[in-house]
Design a protein around this ligand. Structure first.
Ligand code: FEO
Length: 173
C-alpha cells in the first residue's frame, strides 16, 4: 500500500512523464517546421515512450490501492533556436526527470516500501538510457555544426527509429 506522501509524489511524476510526451511532441513540431522529418520521427517516438512511462505510474498506483490524480500540464516550449538547442533542452529535461525519480526512490526507501522500490528500479535504469540517448545525439549535432550534409545524414539516421513498447526490448536512438 502506497503511503499518502508517495501516492502524491507518484501522481506528480505521472504528470512529469505525460508532460515529457507533450514537450517531445512540441519538439517534433519544431523539426517538422524545419523540414527535418527524421528528427521529428525520433521525437514522436520519444513522446510515445513517455506516454508508456506515465501509464506505468498510473497502473502501479491503481494496483497498489492508491488513487490516481491527473494534474494540469504546463504548455511546453514550442520554438527553438536550432536543433542543438532542442537537444540541450531535452537533455536538461531528462536530468530533471532523473532527479525526480531518484527522489521518489529515496522516499520509497524511507517508507520501507519494497514494492515501490522494485517498481522504481526500472525507471532508474531507464533514465541512464534516456540521458545517454539525448547526450549522444547532442554530441553528434555539435560535431556536425552547420554542415548541412552532416545534418541531413543525421536526419536519415534518426528517421530509422521505431517504437518498441517497454518490456519488449526497449526503443533505442
Ligand atoms: Fe520518462 Fe524520458 O523520462
Amino acid at each position: 500500500m502506497l503511503s499518502k506522501k508517495l501516492q502524491d509524489a507518484f501522481n506528480e511524476q505521472m504528470k512529469n512523464e505525460f508532460f515529457s510526451a507533450y514537450l517531445y511532441m512540441a519538439m517534433a513540431g519544431y523539426f517538422q517546421s524545419e523540414d527535418l522529418p527524421g528528427f521529428a520521427n525520433w521525437m514522436r517516438i520519444q513522446a510515445l515512450e513517455e506516454m508508456t512511462h506515465g501509464e506505468k505510474f498510473f497502473n502501479f498506483t491503481c494496483e497498489t490501492g492508491g488513487r490516481t490524480n491527473l494534474l494540469p500540464l504546463d504548455g511546453p516550449q514550442n520554438d527553438f533556436a536550432s536543433p542543438v538547442a532542442v537537444f540541450e533542452a531535452g537533455l536538461k529535461h531528462e536530468k530533471f526527470v532523473t532527479a525526480s525519480i531518484n527522489n521518489l526512490m529515496n522516499m520509497a526507501v524511507k517508507d520501507k516500501d519494497h514494492a515501490s522500490q522494485i517498481f522504481l528500479h526500472w525507471f532508474v535504469t531507464e533514465q541512464i538510457e534516456e540521458e545517454a540517448n539525448f547526450s549522444l545525439i547532442l554530441k553528434k549535432l555539435q560535431r556536425v555544426a552547420g554542415d548541412g550534409r552532416g545534418l541531413l545524414m543525421l536526419d536519415q539516421e534518426l528517421g530509422q527509429r521505431v517504437f518498441v513498447p517497454p518490456g519488449t526490448g526497449g526503443a533505442q536512438a
